[in-house]
Design a protein around this ligand. Structure first.
Ligand SMILES: Nc1ncnc2c1ncn2[C@@H]1O[C@H](COP(=O)(O)OP(=O)(O)O)[C@@H](O)[C@H]1O
Ligand SMILES: [Mg+2]
Length: 270
């Protein structure tokens, strides 16, 4: 129920309502002197909104995500993420940037032989520094990790080995681990590509709920159009490294989206 004092932001945060936490301007990226794989990309991510990043394979989605965490080379343009000016960052700056960005991956990237709880606790390593995984986390960290597992609906699995969980459950653990960082931004690169449709909805609902409730931007790359339309406030569509579409999801037409998926990609080869 919503009251006057409720902390929940409105579902779709109007662009400009609050300053963006991520701003990318005229971004160009080439790997090792190769062709441009991102060519003049603009992107704003506002607090509380879920933005679906669409585009066929090779369109540059993962590269764009990697530039936001300093893992891809910025050839030119500006990339600001949660106050960090990414292209100029040195080692310590990159560490601070990455502590502010929670990441979720297609393959979950959990440590399978460790417990679910320990996997979530590793999200705190950004603040705790190297610790002994067998017992080096504080009681406060453990409490917080349990709260997060409860939030994602799998507190009852805390003691089990991560690899014993289903894919949907593992992805929820990965989301709890990302939250353990206290992220200012969440990036999810194809987080449901390994899940069946029902679990995909659960995971995407969870991510969007986090965006709204915690007031952080979530950028989620997807290649299934109906999932993007159902689970995002805004869509940014890439084709051959260029933004072809950037619009509120509710206002998108099929014609605007069709060019993202016309499988005429040979021209994109270098
Ligand atoms: N590490 C890399 N080195 C060289 N080229 C890369 C590298 N990563 C991706 N690419 C190229 O950049 C383009 C965009 O790839 P990517 O960002 O992975 O797209 P998507 O995630 O949309 O499938 C592709 O042509 C791909 O081959
Ligand atoms: Mg990719």
């Amino acid at each position: 129920m919503t009251t006057d004092a409720a902390p929940l932001p409105a579902p779709a945060v109007p662009a400009g309502a609050r300053p963006p936490l991520v701003t990318v301007r005229d971004l160009k990226v080439a790997y090792d002197g190769g062709p441009l794989v991102l060519d003049g990309v603009h992107l704003d991510l506002h607090p509380g909104e879920t933005v679906a990043l669409l585009g066929s394979s090779g369109s540059g989605k993962s590269t764009l995500m990697r530039t936001l965490t300093g893992f891809a080379p910025v050839t030119s343009g500006s990339v600001r993420v949660a106050g960090h000016d990414v292209p100029g960052l040195g080692r310590a700056g990159l560490r601070r940037l990455r502590a502010d960005v929670g990441q979720v991956f297609q393959q979950f990237n959990l440590v399978g032989r460790l417990s679910v709880l320990t996997n979530v606790l590793t999200g705190a390593l950004h603040e705790a520094g190297p610790v002994n995984l067998a017992g080096g986390f504080s009681a406060a960290h453990r409490r917080r990790a349990m709260e997060l597992l409860d939030r994602v609906g799998i507190a009852h699995k805390a003691k089990e080995q991560a690899r014993s969980l289903s894919g949907g459950q593992q992805q929820r653990v990965a989301i709890a681990r990302a939250l353990m960082q206290g992220p200012k931004v969440i990036l999810a690169d194809e987080p449901v590509a390994s899940l069946d449709p029902k679990l995909s909805h659960t995971v995407l609902d969870l991510l969007r709920g986090i965006a709204r409730e915690d007031g952080i931007p979530v950028l989620v790359s997807l290649h299934v159009l109906p999932l993007a339309l159902r689970h995002s406030d805004r869509v940014v569509g890439l084709r051959h490294g260029e933004v072809l579409v950037s619009a509120p999801t509710a206002r998108l037409s099929a014609e605007q989206l069709a060019p993202l998926y016309d499988h005429d990609d040979e021209e994109g080869e270098d």
